[in-house]
Design a protein around this ligand. Structure first.
Ligand code: F3S
Length: 99
């Protein structure tokens, strides 16, 4: 089990989740973050920090979002670790889809 970043993060990248993570499991892509499943310890500290509800537990994902498990794993290998928050991206595709 691990936590995953989903489409809600796209173009938002608030990065508040990064400061909550005790193990530096977040990796930074150009328009969103990803969680390395082998680094994540499933503490859940990041979930409540995200203003757009982008972080979910992999086993709780609905079928239409299941592909985010592999996407996080592959992207985490591709992009560097981010260890502290930065200015949010807040691009045009950043809308709160969690409501
Ligand atoms: Fe993304 Fe939410 Fe973190 S928008 S960068 S998962 S605080």
């Amino acid at each position: 089990m691990a936590h995953v970043v989903t489409d809600h993060c796209l173009d938002c990248k608030y990065t508040y989740c990064v400061d909550a993570c005790p193990v530096d499991a977040f990796h930074q892509g150009p328009d969103q973050l990803f969680i390395h499943p082998d680094t994540c310890i499933d503490c859940g500290a990041c979930i409540s920090e995200c203003p757009v509800g982008a972080i979910e537990v992999d086993l709780s994902l609905p079928d239409e979002k299941a592909h985010w498990v592999d996407k996080n794993k592959l992207a985490a290998l591709q992009y560097p670790v981010i260890t502290s928050s930065t200015e949010p991206l807040l691009g045009p595709r950043c809308v709160d889809k969690s409501a």
